[in-house]
Design a protein around this ligand. Structure first.
Ligand code: UFG
Length: 340
């Protein structure tokens, strides 16, 4: 049975494509709007309707909303690299904020008032206490986090002024890939730890730079809360269902409440791929907080969210599987043959 239609902005990206897969699996029709600045055609679901375009194109947005009757909009289209945002703040402010304003204005013009927003743990900055609750003060330590926090404020103002209803999901570190191996992380250039570590394991890069070994953590390297992208996608479906049922705006962390240091991630990857991964220790990367670990009690209690792939093993294994399936690595492929 069909549920209705969702506009997924940024549905050709890493997280967006996994949410599209989950939506389609659960009987939703999906229209993807993507400008392919960071998305990839290989990640576009064959059953989704694809519209190539940008959020700058206000006429296109009006056309889309006139043509389709969307139940809700999900917004994944943003620049999301911390270090890049430190180097090029204006590009981040322009893309992330003005694009979202255009989208929200078009939604309000067409009386589409349900919105799911991809926010980030980066809104918290350096946390005062761990695990981080949604009520923790938001003091982002980089422009990327500030752009997301500004949009969170914008959403709350639109709720008050226009009866606009939203669910904001603050992602911790998305990792892994769909179990099918058909979609996964595909950034160019890749900056995220797990795919970089696996590319080094597969011989696609010479080494991994480890950014900073003098953080105030037990082994001196940054600690992050990794969350499987399919569990993240599941959280979106629950958020959508709840929003459409009770129509109340809310904000939820999505993380596993467990932190792994950069060194621990590298060691786990070495264990899984069965080889040493060359590492070069270097300076801290600007804008990186030492430790980010979520409290996800709120989403578990209120939405009934339970992760299915909570272990770091599952995240690294599915990412390794994707690397092999995506034909980028013979080593990953031959490793899998040996495992079979
Ligand atoms: N790291 C390395 N070497 C690398 C890549 C990363 O040492 O080659 C380190 C980083 O310095 C950091 C950790 O690995 O300490 C994780 O880095 P990622 O780039 O994988 O992820 P981030 O924590 O920087 O950021 C991700 C998302 C953000 C989001 C944040 C929330 O990219 O959008 O998680 O926790 F805000």
């Amino acid at each position: 049975m069909k549920n209705g239609k969702i506009l997924v902005v940024g549905g050709a990206g890493y997280i967006g494509s996994h949410v599209v897969m989950e939506l389609i699996k659960h009987g939703w029709d999906v229209v993807i709007l993507d400008n392919f600045s960071t998305g990839n055609i290989r990640l576009v679901h064959p059953d989704a309707c694809l519209v190539k375009g940008t959020l700058d194109d206000v006429n296109l947005l009006d056309q889309l909303f006139a043509e389709h009757k969307f139940s809700a909009v999900m917004h994944f289209a943003a620049f999301s690299q911390v270090a890049e945002s430190v180097r090029e703040p204006l590009r981040y402010y322009r893309n992330n904020i003005s694009g979202t304003i255009n989208l929200l204005e078009a939604m309000i013009r067409h009386s589409i008032l349900y919105f799911i927003f991809s926010s980030t743990a980066a809104v918290y900055g350096d946390p005062e206490c761990i695990p981080i609750l949604e009520t923790h003060p938001c003091r982002p330590s980089n422009p990327y986090g500030r752009t997301k926090l500004m949009i969170e404020h914008l959403l709350s103002d639109c709720d008050a002024a226009h009866g606009f209803r939203y669910m904001t999901l603050r992602y911790f570190n998305a990792a892994g890939a769909d179990e099918s191996g058909t979609i996964g992380e595909m950034h160019n250039p890749e900056t995220h730890l797990i795919p970089i570590v696996l590319e080094a394991a597969a011989g696609l890069r010479e080494h991994v730079y480890l950014y900073g070994t003098d953080y105030s953590t037990p082994d001196g390297t940054c600690i992050r809360d990794y969350i499987h992208v399919s569990d993240l996608a599941g959280a979106h479906l629950l958020a959508l269902k709840t929003l459409l049922n009770n129509g109340k705006s809310n904000i939820y962390n999505v993380g596993n409440e467990t932190g792994y240091s950069v060194k621990e991630v590298i060691e786990k990857a070495e264990e899984i791929v069965g080889k040493r991964i060359p590492v070069i220790e270097t300076n801290r990367r600007p804008g990186d907080p030492a430790t980010l670990i979520a409290s996800s009690e709120k989403i578990r209690m209120e939405l009934g969210w339970t992760p299915s792939y909570g272990s770091l093993d599952a995240m690294i294994l599915t990412a390794w599987n994707w690397l092999a399936q995506s034909n980028r690595s013979n080593n990953a492929k031959s490793y899998q043959k040996r495992q079979a």
